[in-house]
Design a protein around this ligand. Sequence first.
Ligand code: FPP
Length: 259
Amino acid sequence: MYRRLDAERLPHHVAIIMDGNGRWAGKRSLKRFFGHQQGAEAVQYVVETASRIGLPWLTLYAFSLENNLKRPKAEVNFLMRLLKSYLTNNVQRMNDNNVRIQYVGRTEELPDEVRERMQWAAEATKRNTGTTLTLALNYGGRSELVDAFRRLAAEVQRKGLRLDQVSEVDIHRHLYTAHMPDPDLLIRTSGEMRVSNFLLWQIAYTEIYVTDRLWPDFRGIHMLEAIEDYQRRERRYGGLNDGTESDDVESLPASQLAV
Ligand code: FPP
């Protein structure tokens, strides 16, 4: 174990927004494709580090719905080919590292040959019990919520439920990630301070760590640094827990209650 980590307080779930492939290539006067290729290499390093420290859940934002719409067709095609070859070339290593792979997103819209390879990799690794690697593919947080609300509305109709019986638990049950814990830590590379439509419901109380490092330069050690930073924080989940006494609101003059 990386000596500065507290093994007792490892996060259960780390999610990563992998950003900066294009900038990495641009800085070297290379085409964006090379950045994506190096980015795919970085994925495997990070996955194996996750497995080594016993991280149960690692979720990577590999391909957003918006990517699909906004990137040039040739780049989207390249990303699809890269995903296929990543899976083909790394399933053996995933098995060696006890890593199971699964996917979230509107994956039914991906090309057939990509979906077949995805299913093959999921099937080949499904018995592994170490880290679960979740790739978010053709994923958008808002569209996940739309999909969840549609399924929930259908259930409400089918079972004739009253609307005041619907709770957060019911929304959670219909998310793509219903079987997973929410992320404890969200890492974003290449410096942007945005969540970019990633796991919107699930990150309500997630700690966020942003690094300027571009994704193709990101390695396991950098994930460990992020976890170390996370371990220095005190999580409050919306509560106080900050060492102050809670205010006795009843005894405050009305003028101090104005917000
Ligand atoms: C953003 O870089 C990164 C992505 C398109 C997502 C990550 C994709 C990979 C790491 C490649 C393949 C993934 C797998 C799982 C094999 P960008 O092009 O938006 O960078 P920029 O903001 O610098 O242009």
